[in-house]
Design a binder for this molecule. Structure first.
Ligand SMILES: Cc1cc2nc3c(=O)[nH]c(=O)nc-3n(C[C@H](O)[C@H](O)[C@H](O)COP(=O)(O)OP(=O)(O)OC[C@H]3O[C@@H](n4cnc5c(N)ncnc54)[C@H](O)[C@@H]3O)c2cc1C
Length: 417
């Protein structure tokens, strides 16, 4: 029998410790990319990973909460790491420590912050109390149930969507998918910019308005909401809209904890990092996902968060081995925006390709990413995907090569100029 080498065990170096705060796109990808030779603890109060790019489909019932989620605990344990279902309440960068809700203190050699953004309801009076944020599965499901109950009666119902960016447009699309023929329904979109989805390269605005011609939708562009009440909203042009459901879709803001932990110079700032994703002053702290303030403009998107999580993990491995770190280079993947069963858009740097067939691609990306992060859940998601996606869409989703020929394989598409 082999005698255990006690001397060796006693003096063996402890494993380098990594604490990851936040375990959705950025944090979970970082966790599954770190090998077991690191002692990794992942902290997040929410037990389920949530695929936010498709949460709007809860409104029409096309997706159920179960389809959009899986257990963080299982995915993290599968990678050989530890999951702590708590909230990080403070980061002490000088001491390399993290404090959680229960008062636990965790020391780290390396840390990845991936806690995303905070709901933006505090910016308008009454929104915190009366508006319904649109960021998580639970929030969207609550919106879906509320609309369902209100439309089941004979009363007129008015829905206001605050924000005509891509999330607001996707919400509108799902409301129309399910309720476009409901009597007594009126939907209002309020958008600060003059155009809907103003940061897209071509005129999606007139496409959306054209698609809504026959439906009870009113667009209020170039206006803002100045006050939210229980059953109405006030607009900057002094008009008032009746609203039984006010959906809050005006983006997110940086988490307060960053400034409270002295990781930013001022409140309401994203975590400024170098291209290696390292904090400017604390090189052992990395950022992944929406929380990162990059040295170049970058959309806050799930596919960037995933890539940052991977790069952050790889850079920790490199740093620990004394190797040069690599810069995060954003991929040039296009954005996919669905508009219910009416249309869908693929938005690249300069062109926009449209057609319901693009919706297949979005569905295939959902399937591809969920299966990648949670291989055990493939079956459940495949049931849904098989109804809509084609082999061509799945293949495209894995590479996201945007060639007109590849897109044409999905079905009829058109280029918007
Ligand atoms: C409605 C909607 C539609 C979208 N559509 C698309 C799309 O089509 N394509 C696309 O690419 N992107 C889309 N996005 C953006 C995408 O969801 C985000 O870019 C992505 O979720 C960012 O990932 P993240 O990991 O940085 O943050 P998040 O996904 O926000 O995750 C943050 C995690 O941190 C946890 N957390 C928060 N605070 C703490 C704390 N103090 N301690 C510990 N844990 C904490 C949270 O519970 C959460 O699990 C959409 C977003 C929304 C809201």
């Amino acid at each position: 029998m082999k005698t255990p080498d006690l001397k060796k065990r006693k003096y063996a170096k402890p494993l380098p410790s990594v604490v990851i705060a936040g375990a959705n796109f950025g944090g979970l990808k970082a966790a599954v990319s770190l090998p077991k030779r690191f002692n990794v603890t992942v902290i997040d109060p929410e037990p389920y990973f949530e695929f936010s790019p498709n949460i709007h489909e809860l409104i029409s019932g096309l997706k159920t909460p179960e389809m959009l989620r899986f257990s963080k605990q299982k995915a993290i344990n599968r990678s050989g790491h530890h999951y702590l279902q708590e909230t990080v309440t403070a980061i002490l960068p000088e001491q390399k420590k993290i404090i959680t809700t229960s008062g636990s203190t965790l020391s780290y050699d390396y840390c990845i912050l991936s806690i995303g953004g905070q709901n933006n309801t505090a910016v308008v009076k009454g929104a915190e109390k009366h508006a319904m944020p649109f960021k998580s599965v639970r929030q969207c499901y609550d919106i879906a149930k509320r609309i369902e109950i209100l439309t089941s009666g004979k009363r007129k119902i008015s829905i206001v969507i605050a924000g005509g960016g891509f999330e607001g447009i996707e919400a509108l699309g799902e409301i129309l998918r399910k309720y476009k023929n409901s009597r007594g329904l009126q939907v209002h979109i309020v958008e600060k910019q003059k155009r809907l989805m103003a940061d897209t390269p071509t005129d999606i605005d007139s496409e959306i308005r054209r698609l809504c011609n026959d439906f009870p939708v009113t667009f209020h562009t170039g206006k803002t909401i100045t006050r939210v009440w229980k059953h109405s909203v006030d607009l900057s042009d002094k008009s008032k809209l009746s609203s039984q459901v006010t959906i809050w879709n005006i983006g997110t803001r940086p988490p307060d904890i960053l400034y409270e932990s002295k990781l930013t110079d001022a409140p309401n700032q994203w975590l400024n990092v170098k291209s290696t994703l390292q904090h400017m002053a604390y090189p052992e702290i990395f950022a992944a996902g929406d929380i990162a303030g990059m040295p170049f403009p970058l959309r806050k998107q799930a596919y960037h968060a995933l890539d940052m999580g991977k790069t952050g993990a790889e850079n920790i491995i490199r740093k620990h081995a004394g190797r040069k770190l690599k810069a995060f280079k954003p991929s040039s993947k296009p954005m996919l925006v669905s508009f219910g069963d009416l249309d869908a858009f693929l938005i690249d740097k300069k062109i926009v390709v449209a057609g319901p067939a693009i919706g297949l691609l979005k569905e295939a990306v959902f399937h591809y990413v969920m299966t990648d992060l949670d291989p055990s859940g493939a079956f459940l998601k495949a049931i849904h995907t098989s109804e809509r996606a084609t082999a061509a869409a799945i293949k495209l989703a894995s590479t996201m090569t945007v060639s007109p020929a590849a897109l044409a394989k999905l079905g009829k598409v058109r280029i918007i100029k």
